[in-house]
Design a protein around this ligand. Structure first.
Ligand SMILES: Cc1cc2nc3c(=O)[nH]c(=O)nc-3n(C[C@H](O)[C@H](O)[C@H](O)COP(=O)(O)O)c2cc1C
Length: 163
């Protein structure tokens, strides 16, 4: 191991070694259209009550929408949903139409159909930290699906292999 300066690039490099699942966080635009973004900055916080956390950058289009709606869905993606993950990593102007995205209603949110799991989340607190806000939310509805989990590590989407 080698000590390196805590630069933006080295910080990103360090965290790219931390493999995660892949989710899409969806919330509604004022006209009712579904707005999504790919996110791995999510975590389970508490079992009782069931709380989850989403870490949203202040320069994301999703940020003011979640702040306004106080509600979002988390959809945990499987390996068949790679196109959905890529679609929502791009800035909205580059995404093209979302006609092929199989949205499903989940409580007061819209989630991505066919996911491994999806949750309708109501924000209960917000914590502004650096250039992100941590939205802590109560999970009000939950659906479970099937498939192989999609992972993100070292800047790539992939799959899990058990030893
Ligand atoms: C694997 C992956 C995970 C990401 N996780 C997050 C995240 O947790 N929070 C965040 O603010 N952006 C995250 N992003 C970046 C957003 O997906 C990206 O900026 C997206 O275009 C934002 O969309 P929006 O501006 O419409 O909200 C991630 C990108 C990738 C590729």
């Amino acid at each position: 191991m080698t000590a390196v300066p805590v630069t933006n690039q080295n910080f990103r490099m360090a965290w790219s070694q931390f493999g995660t699942g892949v989710t899409v966080i969806t919330t509604l635009e004022p006209g009712g259209k579904v707005h999504g973004m790919t996110a791995n900055g999510v975590v389970s916080v508490s079992l009782d009550p069931p709380l989850a956390l989403a870490c949203i950058g202040h320069n994301r289009n999703s940020y003011p929408l979640i702040k306004m709606n106080q509600r979002f869905a988390i959809s945990i993606l499987n390996t068949e949903q790679r196109n959905v993950a890529i679609h929502y990593t791009n800035p909205p102007v580059q995404r093209g139409p979302d006609d092929a995205i199989p949205f499903v209603k989940l409580g007061e949110s819209m989630a991505i159909g066919g996911s491994l799991a999806a949750m309708d989340c109501r924000v209960i607190s917000e914590h502004e930290e650096g250039d992100h806000t941590l939205f802590v939310a109560e999970v009000e509805q939950l659906v479970l699906g099937e498939g192989e989990p999609m992972l993100w590590m070292q800047g790539k989407f992939g799959r899990f292999t058990a030893d």
